[in-house]
Write a protein that binds this ligand. Structure first.
Ligand SMILES: NC(=O)c1ccc[n+]([C@@H]2O[C@H](COP(=O)([O-])OP(=O)(O)OC[C@H]3O[C@@H](n4cnc5c(N)ncnc54)[C@H](O)[C@@H]3O)[C@@H](O)[C@H]2O)c1
Length: 340
């Protein structure tokens, strides 16, 4: 297939490009390069590289492709808060416009990268796709509104599918340490201290970034009637953890590291445990390749091999918020000061 991937130069995109190429697909990658220079290891380029803002994609760019995998976004809550208008513009308006043009040029499948954060402050545990959504950040709202608006375009020529991804972790050539698992492991290596910023009680569904990329390809290749216009939680029932469980797993790898509660974010209102039964119904052959234990061990070995330390943990390179706030001009707005 000829696949158009937006945001292919990010944390998940680095895996996706490799997997697509290994499977024999031809990849056009479209990315603004917001995190250029933040590579941990050299990344495989797409077959065709388009350095472009998704807000400016044209029909000509998309013509001739069989599927769009849409990752490009302001990709977490703190970045989404930097400038909520830009977040809506990129995450929602540009996504809907991209879906419209994809449909117009006859691309039958559109895979949207959404998030389990749409459940926000979960009112019950084991949340399913039809449960009430409770977004508590501009980032989460932008993902829900995109699903709703893109779904109005679905018809017998155009099948969007919405991945509600669990929180990613694990090794990627475009490492991020601003994700809970990677962050706790990073702080242990940097300071011999596992620094939990909340009280450790919130539930989070977790998934290896490599498995998100594998799931996206499975959604791309699935029979239309299985996935047409469907929102699906992407993760595993056994992969819901409380933050304090994640810290315990880090301590298993680094027994000398102390678990500390910094209380920086107070009681974290984002608390959701998610049910993933629908994923195994719609993609019966898909299984996670990693669990938290194996994924964390792999990342630990990689970090040790790279000599990961305090300067890596404190620098901008692996923290999207710090890099982006210094590069807001690339999105057409001025630099934004951040604290911390
Ligand atoms: N990482 C997670 O835990 C997670 C969880 C759920 C959902 N997601 C979603 O998956 C997708 C990918 O996440 P990631 O972790 O790889 O993020 P990332 O920040 O590492 O990568 C995002 C990429 O998109 C590009 N981009 C951003 N805005 C752009 C624009 N306007 N035009 C062109 N390119 C642009 C950036 O340059 C970057 O390379 C996002 O949509 C994110 O919301 C991620």
């Amino acid at each position: 297939m000829k696949v158009f991937v937006t945001g292919h130069k990010g944390y998940i995109g680095a895996h996706l490009v490799e997997l697509l190429k290994q499977a024999g697909h031809t990849v056009t990658g479209c990315d603004l390069g917001l995190f250029d220079g933040c590579e941990w290891e050299p990344c495989l380029p797409a077959d065709q590289e388009l350095r472009k803002d998704t807000r400016a994609i044209t029909a000509e760019d998309l013509e001739g492709h069989d599927c769009v995998l849409h990752l490009a976004a302001i990709s977490n809550d703190p970045m989404g808060d930097l400038d909520p208008n830009i977040t809506v513009d990129i995450n929602q308006n540009a996504s809907v416009r991209l879906a419209q043009i994809s449909k117009q040029v006859g691309i039958p499948r559109f895979v949207f990268f959404g998030s389990c954060s749409v459940y926000g402050q979960g009112e019950k545990l084991d949340l399913e796709e039809h449960d009430p959504l409770n977004p508590i950040t501009p980032y989460a709202s932008s993902k829900i509104d995109s699903e709703r608006l893109i779904s109005a375009l679905a018809d017998n020529t155009f099948s969007p599918v919405y991945m509600r991804n669990a929180t990613a972790y694990g090794f990627s050539k475009m490492l991020r340490t601003d994700l809970v698992v990677n962050n706790l492991l990073g702080s242990a290596l940097a300071y011999n201290e596992i620094r939990i910023m909340s009280d450790g009680s919130p539930w989070r569904p977790l998934i290896h970034c490599h498995d998100i990329a594998r799931a996206a390809i499975a959604f791309m290749e699935a029979p239309r009637d299985r996935v047409h216009n469907l929102a699906v939680n992407v993760g595993g029932n056994s992969e819901n953890y409380q933050v304090k469980d994640v810290a315990d797993q880090v301590k298993r790898l680094m027994p000398a590291a102390e678990i500390t509660f910094t209380g920086e974010v107070g009681a974290d209102p984002r608390n959701y445990r998610v049910n993933f039964d629908l994923l195994s119904k719609v993609l019966p052959d898909f299984e996670l390749a990693y669990n938290l234990e194996s994924g964390m061990e792999e990342l630990y070995r990689k970090m040790v091999a790279h000599g990961f330390g305090a300067s890596d943990f404190e620098g901008d390179k692996f923290v999207r918020l710090r890099t982006l706030s210094a590069r807001m001009d690339r999105l057409g707005v001025g630099q934004v000061a951040i604290s911390g």
